[in-house]
Write a protein that binds this ligand. Structure first.
Ligand code: F3S
Length: 99
């Protein structure tokens, strides 16, 4: 079991989740974050921090978002993000005014 970043993160990349993660489980792609299941300790700290509600415990990922479980398995192929940074808020961000 791990936690999963889903599509709402795409182009928003607020990184407030990174600030509270105790184990640096987040990896950064150009337009989203992913969680490395090998590092995630299932602490739940990141879920309430995400202003666009992009993060779910794996067993709570809604059916229509299940493809994101596999996408997060790719996390190791991208660099770790250990510190929060300015949000991306790109044109596809579901809510650029959320955080
Ligand atoms: Fe993405 Fe939400 Fe984190 S938008 S970067 S999962 S705080």
């Amino acid at each position: 079991m791990s936690y999963i970043v889903t599509g709402a993160c795409v182009d928003c990349k607020y990184t407030s989740c990174v600030e509270v993660c105790p184990v640096e489980a987040f990896h950064e792609t150009p337009d989203r974050l992913l969680i490395n299941a090998d590092d995630c300790v299932n602490c739940d700290a990141c879920v309430p921090e995400c202003p666009v509600e992009a993060i779910y415990a794996e067993e709570n990922v809604p059916e229509e978002m299940h493809d994101w479980i596999e996408k997060n398995q790719d996390a190791e192929n991208f660099p770790k993000l250990g510190e929060p940074k300015d949000a991306l808020k790109g044109p596809k961000c579901v809510n650029p005014n959320a955080g």
